[in-house]
Design a protein around this ligand. Structure first.
Ligand code: SF4
Length: 393
């Protein structure tokens, strides 16, 4: 059995952590974009926030989306990043009329990049025919993943799971997202267990308060235990492909493997996405940044954060380009008028970093002797040799 099967996230010494980040961002030249394409959605869930959806088609033109995508890459490359991760959401992103064309255009640039991946958060309401075209449009990308939002009021559980299994068989990594509302915890848990037992990853998200600054009251000890350690992520897609006799035919990235764990000299499973380093330089791992909120580990005010420099978010309806979702900083610009990325990482000035799209972006305590990306000059310039040798990069 893998040494990671009983890895206990509650053992992480959160008080002494001085750097966090998604490993693919810490150790690669990866630039991250989280892009809310519009608020139009074909579902009308009773619990959806009014600002999060619209019945009105509010998408920007495919031409403007492609122009913005090119400008993001240009500025990122200027800063030394030539690997890209684009994450599309909405509303329902698959309803953008040019969505598959946008993905094809993005995938066509793969040969000029070290790596390109795409993610979407979708209700997966479109049928199998559309999913086949989606698989085809993204086949030249190095990695493709989706967060599938299960909405019980609209989706049939078995059919929803069947579509996700089809995606897994076609080399798409899938996780189902569920907000674990305390009042309905057991019923939601049972639904999630159904998916988990069908070999589909599940992300259990604690419910946030309306200002998204902390998790709501009402969780019992047992519920919190499940949120902290329940249903750990596994590489189900690889297992599924093996099961149907398929091998991945995605291109190879232009960089090597991620570093091994320095303490045990073992490779770290790819589904352990987040690394946390304590003040003694020891590395700890979480399967995904979504778990930060369950531990209420989301206040990075004063930390040096690389969002806005090597990552941005774009949101509608105003088309603003921001450092991240949670940040109280002024926007970097807009899709229509243009935008400028920061010239270097900047201190966080926000009380809580609640979105996982934000918390996964590498950040460190002021003065922490650890780089935020390979070739991080801001680290190199102030670091002594002994500080550098604390951890190989
Ligand atoms: S709120 Fe923004 S600046 Fe602060 S840690 Fe999160 S992403 Fe970084």
């Amino acid at each position: 059995m893998s040494i990671w099967s009983d890895y206990d996230f509650t053992k992480i010494p959160l008080d002494s952590i001085e750097r966090v980040g998604q490993r693919t961002l810490l150790y690669r030249d990866l630039f991250c974009v989280s892009w809310l394409l519009g608020r139009f959605c074909n579902y009308k869930c009773s619990y959806c926030w009014p600002y999060a959806r619209s019945d009105v088609k509010d998408h920007r033109s495919t031409e403007l989306v492609l122009k913005t995508l090119g400008e993001i890459k240009r500025q990122a490359r200027e800063r030394g990043f030539n690997s890209f991760h684009f994450s599309f959401s909405g509303g329902e992103p698959t309803l953008h009329p040019g969505y598959l064309d946008i993905l094809k255009h993005y995938a066509n640039d793969a040969e000029n990049c070290n790596f390109q991946s795409v993610h979407m958060t979708s209700n997966v309401s479109l049928g199998l025919g559309w999913l086949k075209r989606y698989v085809e449009a993204t086949k030249n990308l190095h990695r493709v993943s989706i967060t599938a939002s299960y909405h019980k009021e609209f989706a049939v559980k078995e059919r929803f799971a069947d579509k996700l299994v089809f995606l897994q068989e076609n080399d798409v990594h899938v996780t189902i997202n569920s907000v674990m509302v305390p009042e309905r915890f057991e019923a939601i848990w049972d639904d999630m267990l159904y998916f988990h037992e069908r070999g589909i990853n599940v992300t259990l998200k604690p419910q946030s308060n309306p200002t998204a600054t902390k998790i709501v009251d009402g969780y019992t000890e047992d519920m919190l235990k499940k949120l902290k350690n329940g249903m750990p992520q596994r590489n189900y897609t690889m297992a599924r492909m093996k099961g149907v006799g398929k091998q991945s035919s995605r291109p190879s990235p232009g960089f090597g493997k991620l570093p091994r764990d320095p303490d045990v000299n073992e490779p770290i499973p790819p589904h352990f996405q987040v690394e946390l380093n304590d003040e003694n330089g020891k590395a700890w791992y979480l399967d995904q940044a979504e778990r930060f909120n369950a531990f209420e580990f989301n206040n990075f005010k004063g930390w040096e954060c690389s969002s806005g420099y090597r990552s941005i978010i774009i949101r509608e309806p105003d088309g603003s380009v921001k450092r991240s979702y949670s940040c109280s900083d002024a926007p970097l610009g807009t899709i229509e008028a243009g935008f400028d990325l920061f010239k270097s990482p900047r201190a966080c000035q926000t009380e809580s970093c609640v979105s996982s799209a934000d918390s996964k972006i590498p950040k460190r305590k002021p003065g922490a002797p650890l780089p935020l990306w390979p070739g991080d000059k801001t680290f190199e310039n102030r670091c002594t040799d002994s500080m550098k040798s604390r951890r190989s990069i």
